[in-house]
Design a protein around this ligand. Structure first.
Ligand code: ZN
Length: 493
């Protein structure tokens, strides 16, 4: 009897997962190859499929099946699938349909207002709509928290099980060390940047080679161009996008390696889990750990950049740096800048901590939306040492808050922290790693990551995956040690 119910539930879920993949592919199409005249119709198509998905996720049969299976003794894989279906159903049931629809409506409109405010460099123009988004997201957070901490409930959507208090302690350890290192590095002369000409077609050819080098399976994926690089899909169809800039080839190459990390995670999940709740990355933080370790600990290592240096000379001729060492310094150049997405490994997490503290203050009500710009600028000055000249380079730079992504930012830093832990373990498991990276052989590293992290999909909780892979619970120490060692050596501190 219970087995019949379980089979019925899993069949139902499989179609929901398939429909969610279809919705994702519509989104991919919209950002890559959709004709511009199709935008209006596409909005209707997306709304229709989202409506079908919402109806399935709140279908009353789910509630019946789940209660019939209460207390069932299942083997671990089925138990894990059931745990995730239960979690998603509980979440969908806590948020009133009226509120979910209102959030969808307001955030889709808010994104346009944010883009206009950023283009006009006018924070005041963004205040009314951001206030409305925040009000709705707080209401949703309170419904999800059911008496608990609202910010923790928001965070749980992106990093199940994580708590703000734990992040606060982790960031308190990271911030002073990163601020001090940043100040010391910026007193040193800046390394030379690249110069030369980097035609788009040649960048795309080399970017495809880089994707192959890092193990991206083109028979189950493809690369296209988009305004903002992203990875989309799971299982047998995982697509990535990149972008090119004629005077900044690193933007293309490292965006690609980053997205390949995300995509390899999805491609690396055990095929048996496809179109089940286990068949996707377990959390934003673990996802980002894969993209970051591919991009930074592997892709920006001295060993790998030695290979990339000779490849780039072959493809582009003179690129304006005289040696592999100078090239490595150019790849890892630390400079005074304002934009999170352009930040190097040293400064990136300072950008995140700023956002984490400010969004918690917004959610708790300690910070009023009209005061956000001043609070941002004060904090930026304190951590980075210089002033933000205009809102587009400050609190208007990221899309996240306009679309209601509160609790999302810290998962970027968590990904870096997890990557630091995984990298430490990887070095112990693959002692000849640098010799391999120097000839662009990433197979031992990516095989280890696939076995330790990727193949499990969402079978375990985020903390369990990282703890099992590393043999110890995650802490910030390996990442901080790695960053301090790397930049002290690079900048002769
Ligand atoms: Zn990412």
């Amino acid at each position: 009897m219970r087995n019949d119910i379980l089979a019925e539930l899993f069949d139902f879920q499989r179609d929901t997962e398939a429909l969610a993949q279809i919705a994702g592919r519509l989104g991919w199409d919209q950002e890559t190859v959709m004709p511009s005249g199709a935008a209006g119709q596409r909005g209707d198509e997306m709304a229709a499929i989202e409506g079908v998905l919402h109806a399935r996720r709140t279908d009353s049969r789910l509630g019946d099946w789940l209660s019939a299976l209460e207390g069932a003794d299942l083997e671990p894989v089925a138990a894990s699938k059931l745990r995730l279906i239960r979690r998603e159903y509980a979440r969908a049931s806590k948020v009133p349909a009226r509120l979910a629809a209102e959030i969808a409506r307001v955030t889709s409109m808010a994104q346009g207002k944010w883009a206009a405010a950023r283009a006009a460099d006018d924070f005041a123009a963004f205040v009314p709509v951001l206030s409305e988004v925040l009000r709705l997201k707080r209401e949703e957070g309170a419904a999800l928290a059911a008496g608990g901490d609202v910010y923790d409930a928001m965070l749980d959507d992106y990093e199940p099980g994580m708590k703000a208090a734990e992040l606060e302690a982790m960031f308190a350890e990271m911030r002073p060390r990163l601020v001090a290192l940043r100040a010391a590095v910026l007193e040193k002369p800046a390394p030379a940047a690249l110069s030369g000409t980097f035609p788009e077609a040649a960048q795309m050819a080399l970017t495809r080679k880089l994707a192959e080098v890092f193990g991206y399976d083109f028979s189950r994926g493809r690369i296209d161009k988009a305004v903002h690089p992203f990875s989309s899909g799971s299982g047998s169809d995982v697509r990535i996008t990149t972008r090119t800039s004629e005077d900044d080839p690193f933007n293309c190459f490292y965006s690609t390696i980053h997205e390949v990390g995300h995509a390899c995670y999805e491609q690396g999940i055990a095929p048996d889990y496809a179109l089940t709740p286990l068949g996707r990355g377990v959390s934003m933080g673990v996802h980002e750990s894969q993209s970051r370790i591919y991009e930074n600990q592997l892709g920006r290592s001295e060993a790998f950049t030695g290979w990339l240096y000779s490849e780039m000379q072959t493809v582009f001729g003179d690129i304006g740096v005289e040696s592999a060492r100078a090239f490595y310094a150019a790849v890892n150049r630390v400079q005074k800048d304002f934009i999170r997405t352009e930040a190097d490994e040293l400064q990136y997490n300072l950008h995140i901590m700023l956002r984490f503290d400010l969004e918690r203050a917004l959610v708790s009500g300690d910070l009023a939306v009209p005061d956000l710009e001043a609070a941002w600028n004060d904090r930026f000055k304190a951590d980075f040492g210089y002033a933000v000249p205009r809102a587009a380079l400050g609190c208007l730079q990221d899309v996240h808050w306009s679309v209601g992504l509160f609790g999302y930012f810290p998962t970027y830093s968590l990904g870096n922290v997890y990557a630091g832990c995984l990298h430490e373990k990887l070095r112990a498991e693959v002692p000849e790693l640098d010799a391999q990276l120097a000839v662009a052989d990433t197979s031992a590293a990516t095989d280890w990551l696939r076995g330790a992290v990727q193949r499990h999909g969402a079978l375990m909780t985020p903390r369990e995956v990282i703890t099992q892979a590393c043999g110890t619970a995650p802490t910030a120490a390996p990442l901080l040690d790695y960053i301090e060692d790397k930049f002290s050596a690079l900048y002769d501190l």
